[in-house]
Design a protein around this ligand. Structure first.
Ligand code: SAH
Length: 248
């Protein structure tokens, strides 16, 4: 079981697989006023940077589940590096339908809401693992401005315009699902650059190390096109943020 190989290649050097910088991740951890010993569940935990740094900085404990074998392995190494391996656990597996054995104070899905079939389904899934009064974290893109055409939405790597909402609509949608938005940290263009541009050097280095790999043609094509696509579309049209929710 694994995710498509292209992600394991292009994001192999990422610690954070979303447009948050380490500073934004720290801002979010502080904003949540996490108490030591709080249990955190993270569906689609990537390389584990959120759980590992929050375990170090706030004394939380956590479980992360991710379908990428290599990201899950990196997460375990990161936990050891930060001296928090006793407090966080990373499971390689499909997080769809996953409910924690023991209820948690924070249940998160940051940049992987397809796991629950979209934002609403993911909130419903996370709620099953949550203590009363707990916080749900949803990391999700939104349109900075509406793409004028479906083609343009596809250039932002959305399937269609309807995949995402404008920020005011996204915030309102949480209310319609019965949740208060109690905190929010938004990424910025610099963060998008860290997420996207870091892939370019990784791809270039991978191509130099693997010139005869069957996959090289695909990676080469992507490296050739991605910088222009990013600055023309994603950088201008897509926002991204993490929203902290509490049931009303
Ligand atoms: N939350 C992490 C990773 C976001 S990227 C971070 O912010 O750094 C999306 C992640 O979802 C990837 O790590 C990918 O491997 C993982 N993923 C995709 N489908 C999944 C599934 N069905 N179950 C668990 N993880 C999944």
């Amino acid at each position: 079981m694994d995710i498509p190989r292209i992600f394991n290649v292009t994001e192999s050097a990422h610690r954070i697989h979303n447009p948050f910088t380490p500073e934004k991740l720290a801002t979010l951890g502080a904003a949540l006023r996490l108490k030591p010993g709080t249990r955190v569940l993270d569906l689609g935990s990537g390389s584990g940077e959120m759980l590992c740094t929050w375990a170090r900085d706030h004394g939380i404990t956590g479980v992360g589940i991710d379908m990428s074998r290599s990201f899950s392995e990196q997460a375990k190494l990161r936990a050891e590096e930060l001296g928090v391996a006793g407090r966080v656990e990373f499971i390689h597996g499909d997080a769809a339908g996953h409910v924690a054995d023991e209820k948690v104070g924070v249940a998160a899905c940051v940049g992987a809401t397809w796991i629950g079939g979209g934002v609403a389904g993911t909130i419903e899934l996370l709620a099953k693992s949550l203590c009363p009064g707990g916080i749900i974290l949803i990391g999700e893109p939104y349109w900075l401005r509406l793409p004028p055409t479906e083609e343009l939405a596809k250039e932002c790597l959305a399937n269609s315009i309807s995949d995402f909402l404008l920020l005011p609509e996204l915030i309102a949608s949480f209310g319609e699902l019965g949740y208060d938005v109690v905190e929010m940290v938004l990424a910025d263009q610099e963060g998008w650059d860290r997420y996207e541009a870091a892939k370019w050097l990784t791809m270039r280095r991978w191509l130099e190390a693997n010139p005869d790999d069957d996959f090289a043609k695909e990676v080469r094509a992507k490296l050739t096109l991605e910088p222009k696509r990013h600055v023309t579309y994603t950088r201008e049209y897509l926002g991204w943020g993490v929203f902290a929710l509490m049931a009303r």
